[in-house]
Design a protein around this ligand. Structure first.
Ligand SMILES: Cc1cc2nc3c(=O)[nH]c(=O)nc-3n(C[C@H](O)[C@H](O)[C@H](O)COP(=O)(O)OP(=O)(O)OC[C@H]3O[C@@H](n4cnc5c(N)ncnc54)[C@H](O)[C@@H]3O)c2cc1C
Length: 351
């Protein structure tokens, strides 16, 4: 894919049907007129920086570029679109199946709109940072390709001017760290309000730049951290044993009470909760103690993971097992259970 940048402010425009002009533009950009170029499709786009204040209205739910548009810097656009869909789909399915209340769908916008805002802001700042590179090199509007090649060829000259440009280039290169390595933006967002139940512990602080660095945590609302485990002789990740349309409860040695709690939760809500033991006899193995170091609860505690891989709730130890049914009812926004009232739909595992 070639993505030549044009400047409409300086009269540069693209005619999507004029493939010869597009070929010429690509050849000029790569500086090699001999390269054979086959054009499959031309699609013009404009840099945008916008996020919708509302993602949903009534029965209409919007995902992707329909609600957030940003420059391609950081490569966040499609990733955010997929994460929107991932967040919405399991909620839609449970509500349509009668296993969750319509209030669960309200959490879609509450959870995803702030992420869209952060995505757009980060991408836009990264684009501005990126523009520092040509500036540092001495590029300016109106220069010919020859002038700009000359600026590149003289960059390493032993002159004060070249030295100044090299220092500016080093500073501009350092500034694009936020474009290339924004792991905190990519993985570290936490849903602070939505389909989660707080465990009343303070949100873990990030002692390094929260946009650049991802801090693994099981705090409710965060993405479940990855840890390598073993399933028999096969290596797998915590991310492999959760998701796939299910609510999964991760527990460890001493967490036997969670099995009964999951059965009670299924009786109350109609939804099956899969319990996975890590480090238990016959369960998944944690040979290097990676999960034990990340789980932030006691071995007998539990981390409840939603179908989209975000933590719905966690409990420090098995003394909280009796809370699971009500936690599931809260996450699913189901009406309070009235003993003797309408039975919930048949409990069944999600596919
Ligand atoms: C140069 C460039 C590089 C990028 N690089 C990355 C990257 O590295 N990583 C990343 O994550 N993202 C990247 N993106 C962003 C990414 O392409 C978009 O965020 C993503 O395509 C959005 O997906 P979407 O499904 O929401 O919208 P779209 O991909 O725009 O899909 C919408 C579809 O709806 C169709 N449509 C529109 N109106 C109608 C209608 N009335 N009826 C029927 N169909 C209709 C359109 O034709 C289109 O096919 C890049 C974008 C650009 C421009």
């Amino acid at each position: 894919m070639a993505a030549p940048h044009l400047s409409p402010a300086h009269g540069e425009e693209v005619d999507e049907n004029d493939h010869e002009a597009v070929r010429a533009g690509i050849r000029e950009s790569i500086g090699d007129p001999s390269v054979d170029i086959t054009i499959k499709n031309v699609s013009a786009w404009e840099v945008n920086s916008a996020v919708a204040p509302r993602y949903a209205h009534g029965r209409v739910f919007c995902v992707g570029d329909a609600v957030h548009q940003n420059p391609p810097t950081n490569g966040l656009g499609l990733n955010a679109a997929i994460a929107d869909s991932f967040n919405l789909c399991w909620k839609l399915r449970l509500v349509l199946d009668g296993l969750a209340g319509p209030g669960l769908l309200d959490t879609y916008e509450a959870e995803r709109q702030p992420v869209g805002r952060q995505t757009v802001d980060r991408a836009f700042r990264s684009m501005l940072d990126l523009m520092g590179i040509p500036q540092a090199l001495g590029f300016a509007d109106g220069q010919s390709a020859e002038e700009q090649w000359h600026l590149l060829e003289t960059l390493h000259d032993e002159t004060p001017e070249a030295e100044k440009r090299r220092a500016a280039l080093a500073a501009a290169t350092a500034a694009i760290h936020g474009q290339a390595n924004a792991h905190g933006v990519e993985l570290g967002y936490r849903y602070r309000t939505g389909a989660t139940v707080p465990d009343h512990t303070p949100e873990p602080v990030q002692d390094r730049d929260p946009e650049l660095y991802y801090r693994a945590t099981t705090w409710p609302g965060a993405r479940l951290p990855h840890a390598w485990l073993e399933n028999g002789r096969r290596r797998c990740s915590t991310l492999d044993v959760t998701g796939q349309g299910r609510f999964v409860l991760l527990t460890g040695p001493g967490g036997e009470r969670w099995h009964e709690a999951a059965r009670e939760a299924a009786l109350l809500t109609g939804l099956h909760v899969t319990v996975r033991g890590i480090g238990t006899r016959g369960g998944l193995r944690d040979p290097y103690g990676t999960w034990a170091a990340l789980r932030e609860v006691e071995a007998s505690g539990a981390v409840l993971v939603r179908p989209d891989g975000h933590v719905a709730w966690r409990a420090a130890d098995s003394g909280h097992a009796g809370e699971l049914p009500q936690v599931m009812a809260t996450v699913l926004a189901t009406p309070p259970h009235h003993p003797g009232g309408e039975p919930p739909p048949t409990a069944r595992p999600a596919p």
